[in-house]
Design a binder for this molecule. Structure first.
Ligand code: ADP
Ligand code: MG
Length: 617
């Protein structure tokens, strides 16, 4: 075409497309849900803009916020059309090819190891999955602010954009035309598409219709010749029942006719508006998968569906995903990437709303639909709204309750406390080991929470798990630790280091272990920071056993011993006290080792020194 302008795909995008085209991945179905999800996003955007400016929707069919599927069996084209926001020429260039998203290279990398294309949507590159089934794709788009353009590519490293002077005007929105590959013929079957929409796009909040062509039997008046003819063989009414004796003469005849009409495939229902009692576990699970764009078989670990009443009214559904997303801690301090979608009175507002949840809970998925927030204000104004504070506070509470419940329902967690109870509930197999799983995926978030969220520190500390000198490879909670403290023990003992193996050999532990005290092992670098914020738990102070001031219960001989070794400690002091050594003291923590270097109470532990050094090097 004369007017076509050529562009090269950004290098990473090009690589991604090569991988997709050459993929042996068998589940090619996923392209459809990615396209429908994009169409739905585009519709959400226009509906949001229309809140403040109704004109924006146009008139007639353009006001119908819908998604339309159409098949052209002869030309082998499947098209998906939406009346969403559309794309300007610049949008087409940027969004479909020249600007790689942060997920692009991450996804390419992942493909090289696992090859599981199923997660493509989570990486923000779902569009390119069209090349699983098509070798040539056209994207026709009309945005209110621009003319209608066509983007096209055969995935050969380049794409072209032309002003559209030959297709029917779209009014507004986008039509994606997939010229299907030879082996993708199944996507020209209506039934296949209907199944896919049911399977993957159940929770799309806009009607999805297919241009459905049916052969139907139509009764038409029989013409004169036929009606006079008494022999059934001769009539064209093959399907019609004719009385055996031939007495009844047909006055009408049946002919096959093809008719086409739009058939709606989904019922648009908002699961969060239903009563939690009426929603099945399977429905929640499916809803999670569609929200998270995670179409693995893994079920969410837990969920919480509730209505908040009072000054600020809202409904919310929160999920703990089965796995941590690939970039959870990567950009922790830079991006505020909450995974909550915000709706106001059923209208989608944003999925990048700051401050609905604190950073450390960014691993949760879900949505909030508020009746209290105003609809017709800008996103920025909403962001300032007073109710948000209340919403946030309630969401945190519910989230922490939900996480606590994973632990409470996990028979592994309670087995030590009450064996008989665990045996009774054998239908709890699914919940068995769930909290350990949770902890392995998201434990770090809980620790970050303890550091950042002073108001909920106690609640978060309850969720903390660790190994200890007595845990035997299992995870222990602070409650369990306290329960089995020795009589007379006041403090909670812990030690920090690089590994359990290293810590088990530590001389700091000698006497404590001998006297049968339990010592917590903290081996994650974040633990050092954690313990600067976690001072006590239920009236028990934390005591780092590698620091000065360790008291292991009261010993009446303490004073006596101190006196009798006075000369020796004085001698050591004179010999050692320099800028590196503060003081020399008689130790009560050793059993076999003759001496040990401890850090002062408020100084950095040796482990912290090591962490700080590794960070500056
Ligand atoms: P994601 O949907 O995660 O952003 P995709 O690769 O699926 O990633 O889509 C890339 C971008 O292309 C979208 O963010 C959007 O800006 C644009 N886009 C894709 N499909 C449509 C559409 N039907 N209408 C408007 N914009 C679209
Ligand atoms: Mg997408």
């Amino acid at each position: 075409r004369k007017s076509a302008e050529k562009f090269e795909f950004q290098a990473e995008v090009s690589r991604l497309m090569d991988i997709i085209i050459n993929s042996l991945y068998s589940n090619k179905d996923i392209f459809l849900r990615e396209l429908i999800s994009n169409a739905s996003d585009a519709l959400d955007k226009i509906r949001f803009l229309a809140l403040t400016d109704k004109e924006i929707l146009g008139e007639g069919d353009d006001t119908k916020l819908e998604i339309l599927l159409k098949l052209d069996k002869e030309k082998k084209i499947l098209s998906i059309r939406d009346r969403g926001i559309g794309m300007t020429k610049e949008d087409l260039i940027k969004n479909l090819g020249t600007i790689a998203k942060s997920g692009t290279s991450a996804f390419v990398e992942k493909m090289q190891t696992s090859g599981d294309l199923n997660l493509i949507g989570q990486f923000g590159v779902g569009f390119y999955s069209v090349y699983l089934v098509a070798d040539y794709v056209e994207v026709i788009s009309k945005h209110n602010d621009d003319k209608q353009y066509v983007w096209e590519s055969k995935a050969d490293g380049a794409f072209a954009i032309s002003e559209d002077e030959w297709n029917e005007p779209l009014g507004r929105g986008t039509e994606i035309r997939l010229h299907l590959r030879e082996e993708a013929g199944e996507y020209l079957e209506e039934d296949k598409l209907k199944d896919l929409v049911k399977k993957y796009s159940e929770f799309i909040n806009f009607p999805i219709s297919i241009w459905s062509t049916k052969e139907v039997d139509v009764e038409v008046p029989a013409d004169e010749d036929d009606s006079e003819d008494e022999s059934p063989e001769k009539s064209s009414t093959e399907d019609e029942e004719v009385e055996e004796d031939g007495e009844k003469k047909p006055k009408t005849k049946t002919v096959k006719e093809t008719t086409s009409e739009w058939e709606v495939l989904n019922d648009v229902k908002a699961i969060w508006l239903r009563s939690p009692k009426e929603v099945t576990d399977e429905e929640y699970s499916k809803f999670y998968h569609s929200l998270a764009k995670d179409f693995s078989e893994d079920k969410p670990m837990s969920w919480s569906h509730f209505t908040a009443e009072g000054d600020v009214e809202f409904k919310a559904v929160l999920f703990v995903p089965p796995k941590a997303p690939h970039d959870l801690y990567e950009s922790y301090y830079n991006a505020n990437k909450s995974n909550l979608k915000l709706y106001v009175r059923r209208v989608f507002i944003s999925d990048e709303f700051d401050d609905l949840l604190p950073k450390y809970l960014n691993f949760l998925m879900g949505l909030v639909d508020s009746d209290t927030l105003p609809l017709n204000v800008s996103r920025e104004m909403l962001q300032q709204h007073n109710s948000l504070k209340t919403i946030k506070k309630k969401l945190i509470r519910k989230a922490l309750d939900m996480i606590r419940r994973i632990a409470e329902e996990d028979p592994d967690e309670s087995s030590e406390k009450d064996n008989t109870d665990a045996e009774k509930t054998n239908d709890n197999d699914e919940k068995k080991g769930q909290y350990t799983k949770f902890w392995n995926e998201f434990g770090k978030s809980i620790k970050l929470g303890i550091i950042e969220d002073a108001a909920n520190r106690g609640r978060l500390a309850k969720l903390l798990r660790f190994e200890s000198s007595k845990s035997d490879g299992k995870l222990v909670s602070l409650d369990q630790y306290i329960k089995r403290m020795k009589t007379g023990q006041k403090d909670i003992f812990y030690i920090t280091g690089t590994s359990k193996e290293q810590l088990e050999k530590s001389p700091f532990l000698e006497r404590l272990t001998k006297k049968n005290y339990e010592v917590i092992f903290f081996t994650d670098p974040v633990d050092e920071y954690l313990m600067q914020y976690l001072m006590d738990y239920e009236d028990h102070k934390f005591q780092n056993v590698s620091k000065e001031g360790l008291k292991i219960g009261k010993d009446s001989k303490d004073k006596e011993l101190k006196d009798s070794f006075k000369d020796l400690t004085k001698w050591w002091k004179d010999a050692l006290v320099t800028e590196n050594v503060d003081s020399v003291k008689l130790s009560n923590r050793l059993a076999d080792s003759p001496c040990v270097v401890v850090t002062s109470k408020f100084g950095w532990s040796a482990n912290m020194e090591r962490i700080m050094q590794s960070q500056t090097l």
